[in-house]
Design a protein around this ligand. Structure first.
Ligand code: SF4
Ligand code: F3S
Length: 106
């Protein structure tokens, strides 16, 4: 499966959702999560993310391994998103800031 990681938080560009053939993305207030039970590893979303926040499960950056289980849990709790929308207002400012996990809203 593919995994949305830390840099999506407070950016949420949503370019990723448009290319997913199986509607695997779920939307929370300031983060998206991929449902691992839906993702077919097509790879299409990874290059679409302006924040480079999407990785294959086996390639999640060191220290962010917990995002794999987090995506699964949050995807179960959040609604599906299939249409791109405006990024969060301060997306550019937050893009690249490290360790945003404590700012994740549920
Ligand atoms: Fe969807 Fe493909 Fe990304 Fe999986 S890898 S979330 S199937 S676009
Ligand atoms: Fe997040 Fe990147 Fe999608 S910032 S919403 S994973 S395009």
């Amino acid at each position: 499966t593919f995994v949305v990681t830390d840099n999506c938080i407070k950016c949420k560009y949503t370019d990723c959702v448009e290319v997913c053939p199986v509607d695997a993305f779920h939307e929370g207030p300031n983060f998206l999560a991929i449902d691992p039970d839906e993702c077919i590893d097509c790879t299409l979303c990874e290059p679409e993310c302006p924040a480079n926040a999407i990785f294959p499960e086996d390639d999640v950056p060191a220290g962010q391994e917990h995002f794999t289980a987090l995506n699964k849990d949050l995807a179960k709790a959040w609604p599906v998103i299939v249409t791109r929308k405006e990024a969060l207002p301060d997306a550019k400012e937050w893009d690249g800031k490290p360790d945003k996990f404590n700012l994740l809203e549920r």
